[in-house]
Every structure is written in structure tokens, then in C-alpha cells.
Design a protein around this ligand. Structure first.
Ligand SMILES: [Zn+2]
Ligand SMILES: [Zn+2]
Length: 187
């Protein structure tokens, strides 16, 4: 069976060198839907607790929330960094607390201290799905991702080969030692 959850991401971006109004800096509330698939965990009666899917995803994806997302060749990037530097907020600020762990993949690099994500490709809804799948494919049994932003939306389906051992008491993934991080159940 499948279970799914959604999360919101508020971000600013633009389509550099795009012929249209999206070449100007603007913002969105994007909605990401993550579908995971597995057997229904006996007793717990869930595929995977949706709040845990959300938590796992949010750890990484909060880097996109209240962030500026720019393509690596966008001249706005050095300009913005220059302003942040001059203002003393490039390497973090006391109010900048909702930071995820920095990451670097083939498609995107997160700089949580300056709330920036730099992408290889233009950050369209399709681009976001590619980035998200890459970041979460080993952590969750993702079979479908959907991302909507304003009137734009994209969706992609996947096959998962992950074998994630789940706690028989609360359904969340066991850690590498076979222990449940939530209830301490020990396989
Ligand atoms: Zn846009
Ligand atoms: Zn447990």
C-alpha cells in the first residue's frame, strides 16, 4: 500500500535568461507531496507514519524554506552574496535558526547560513522534483513525488528497492543497530 504526506516550502527564485516575467525575482509557496510504498506494518497498521515521512524530508528540505534559490550561473548570486556579506549575514545570523544540514548533490548545493540553494538547472517544478528525489531516495521508499507552485505542477513515479526495517511498535525506521530511535525497541 502507499501512504502520502505533503509539506509547504516558501521560496524565492527566478528563471534566469527565460523570456517571460519569471525572469524577475519572485516568490512561491510550493507544495510537495511524497508518496511512499511498503507492506502495511502489522500491528502498527501503517505503511510508514506520515509525520515521520515529513520529519525525515523536512530535515533536508527546510533548506528550501524561506530560502532564495538561484541557478549557479545567475549573476544575481554574487550580487546577493555581496549584499549579505556587507550586511554581515552571509555566514549566519542569530535569527537564522531553522537551518537544515548543508548538502551538495549533482543538482543542488544548500548554504543554510545564508538561506541560499544554488542549482545546476533552472528551478522549475520539474527541477525541484529531480532535486528532492536525489536527496531523499535512500531515506524513504519514494514511489511518487508531486510538486506544485502556483499554477505549475509536476509529478514523477519511481520504483523503490529500499528495504527499510520498521519498528513493530511505532512503525518508524530502525537505526543501523536495529534499535528504534523513538521507543528504543531492539530487534
Ligand atoms: Zn516562479
Ligand atoms: Zn518504536
Amino acid at each position: 500500500m502507499r501512504s502520502f504526506t505533503t509539506l509547504d516550502l516558501q521560496y524565492a527564485h527566478r528563471f534566469y535568461e527565460f523570456e517571460g516575467e519569471a525572469q524577475y525575482l519572485h516568490g512561491h509557496t510550493g507544495v510537495l507531496t511524497i508518496e511512499v510504498e511498503d507492506t502495511v506494518n502489522m500491528g502498527v497498521n501503517m505503511v510508514f507514519p506520515c509525520n515521520e515521512v515529513k520529519k525525515t524530508a523536512w530535515e533536508v528540505l527546510k533548506n528550501f524554506d524561506h530560502a532564495l534559490i538561484l541557478r549557479e550561473d545567475d549573476p544575481l548570486l554574487p550580487a546577493i552574496l555581496g549584499v549579505y556579506e556587507a550586511q554581515g549575514i552571509k555566514n549566519g545570523a542569530i535569527q537564522n535558526t531553522m537551518k537544515g544540514e548543508a548538502f551538495k548533490t549533482e543538482l543542488a548545493t544548500a548554504y543554510p547560513d545564508s538561506r541560499l540553494v544554488v542549482t545546476k538547472e533552472t528551478m522549475t517544478v520539474e527541477g525541484m522534483i529531480k532535486i528532492v528525489y536525489d536527496l531523499l531516495k535512500d531515506k524513504l521508499n519514494i514511489v511518487k513525488l508531486t510538486f506544485t507552485s502556483g499554477v505549475n505542477g509536476a509529478t514523477e513515479e519511481y520504483k523503490t528497492t529500499n528495504k527499510i526495517a520498521r519498528c513493530p511498535l511505532c512503525g518508524i525506521a530502525l537505526n543501523e543497530n536495529g534499535v528504534c530511535p523513538k521507543c528504543r525497541y531492539n530487534a
